[in-house]
Design a protein around this ligand. Structure first.
Ligand code: SAM
Length: 471
């Protein structure tokens, strides 16, 4: 099912959102559709704020702390302890409220951005509050006491990014394909595809591809990867599940891709080249000089153009490595942080780089082949750590950059078995970071440093780098 674009994009300011159609609960007993006036409280993890209605918690999107809004329930059952809701009318607006720069942001429209209705600086304040709250509640850490000041989320610059406006930063945009292969972006917590004309957070070279210009029959999604200047962009098509598998890619009806675009298809057979290259090149200014990285297909790479350099710098400064030391880089992707760490320890040192995805391992081996003191190990992190411990290996520092769920106890116990003096944790989810910090606390490591970066403006996502030391 698709949501048709409005003939006129909804440009009215949010304080004039459509008047609720009905304030009555639906007759079937479900609260969905019920509209209630609430005072909006604190921000919560996930891109919404907390409000209460008759003792029940409402997680309200499109609202800001301190506002009074009409909230329309979008999810929940009568006995649930909390319901989800959208602010559909603002009765008392926050000073931080702005007209969303994207006409596709708002209740029932594109679900990609959570905070388009807040000043970008205020968004960073909300993210700092979420990280601080999660670390206090789940991690048992008083962040302001550790830092000696409240946490600040840092703005990040990058090619083509309008930092003030928080727009044009996303170098990888994954469009979902709706019926007939028409591309768009999904509504929040829904399979509905909203056919946007332009994603305002897409980087300029990704935004050159108009998602409405071409249909992709048989596709589940099409990811547009913006390239370095002078290179072709890459389009990676994932076939619909029913069409994947043997011969599935042949059943796709691929249109002619836009100008200056390579094209590849991901299927059970792996990544198939259709036109041009199956990878992009990423040039990064690392603390000790620039390096190029090859990243294949839709393999992991930070999407903000300033992210790789900012994170490498933060990790290196937190690791405080000396020449000749040993360091493990866990969940190492195409080798970005491994390369930065290798420059710190020099050829008398050792970097063990562990990555589970076969394509990323191949990229890393290629990207790091001039560094004889780097060992790229393919496989699961828990197994690699167990093997290292069995061989009696120790390490001075461990850097880990796990996926959204975090590293979790099983991995962290094995990390600690290597007796590192410092653990540097890179996290894209504040709750997962907080849980990992709590486990590391039990295992004898305390939080000593924390930085956070606004690598995903307009959304609730935020990246944090934590330094934990033994003792
Ligand atoms: C957040 S990315 C970090 C990549 C890299 N550090 C960077 O900055 O580009 C997480 C990486 O962990 C890998 N991964 C996820 N689970 C893993 C596991 N259990 N063992 C090994 N690698 C894993 C993914 O393939 C992905 O490349």
């Amino acid at each position: 099912m698709t949501t048709q674009p409005p003939t006129q994009p909804p440009t009215q300011p949010p304080t004039q959102l459509p008047t609720p159609a009905s304030a009555q609960p639906p007759s079937d007993g479900s609260p969905v559709g019920l509209e209630v006036e609430v005072d909006v409280g604190a921000v919560a993890h996930g891109g919404h704020c907390v409000a209460r209605h008759e003792g029940r918690v409402l997680f309200v999107r499109h609202a800001l702390p301190g506002e009074r809004v009409v909230a329309r329930v979008t999810e929940g059952a009568p006995r649930d302890s909390y319901w989800r809701a959208d602010a559909v009318q603002v009765l008392r607006a926050s000073d931080d409220r702005v007209t969303p720069p994207c006409p596709w942001a708002g209740p029932g429209l594109c679900g990609g951005c959570d905070w388009q209705h807040a000043r970008v600086e205020a968004q960073r304040g909300l993210k700092a509050a979420v990280i601080t709250e999660q670390l206090e509640r789940l991690g048992g850490v008083d962040v302001a006491a550790v830092l000696g000041r409240p946490l600040e989320v840092e703005a990040v610059d990058g090619d083509g990014v309008d930092v003030e406006a928080g727009l044009r930063w996303r170098t990888r945009v994954q469009y979902a394909a709706g019926p007939g292969g028409r591309l768009g972006l999904r509504e929040h917590r829904s399979h509905r595809v909203v056919e946007v004309d332009d994603c305002r957070i897409a980087a300029p070279r990704a935004a050159e591809v108009d998602p409405r210009a071409t249909a992709w029959p048989g596709a589940e999604s099409v990811e547009v990867v913006a390239p370095q200047p002078g290179e072709d962009r890459l389009l990676v098509v994932t076939p619909r599940r029913s069409d994947a598998g043997s011969g599935g890619t042949r059943r796709l009806r691929l249109p002619t891709p836009p100008e200056a675009s390579s094209l590849a298809v991901v299927g059970d057979e792996g990544l198939t080249r259709v036109r041009g290259r199956t990878w992009v090149v990423q040039e990064v200014a690392l603390p000790r000089g620039s390096r190029s990285f090859r990243v294949t297909g839709s393999g992991f790479w930070q999407v903000h153009p300033g992210a790789a350099a900012a994170l490498a710098q933060a990790v290196v400064s937190f690791a405080q490595l000396q020449p000749g030391e040993r360091v493990a880089d866990l969940y190492s992707g195409a080798g970005l942080l491994t390369a930065a760490l290798a420059a710190e320890v020099g050829e008398d040192g050792v970097v063990v780089s562990v990555e589970g995805d076969a394509r990323a391992v191949a990229d890393a081996r290629r990207n790091l082949r001039d560094l004889p003191h780097v060992r790229v190990q393919a496989g699961r992190v828990d197994r690699a750590l167990a093997a290292m411990a069995a061989d009696g290996e120790t390490t001075d520092v461990v850097v880990l950059d796990p996926p959204r769920v975090g590293a979790r106890r099983g991995v962290l116990e094995r990390v600690v078995a290597l007796r590192p003096r410092t653990v540097v944790h890179v996290a894209c989810d504040p709750a997962a970071l907080a849980r990992d910090v709590a486990v590391l606390g039990e295992l004898g490591y305390r939080l000593e440093g924390l930085r956070a970066f606004d690598l995903f403006p307009q959304t609730h996502h935020v990246e944090a780098v934590a330094r934990l030391v033994r003792g």
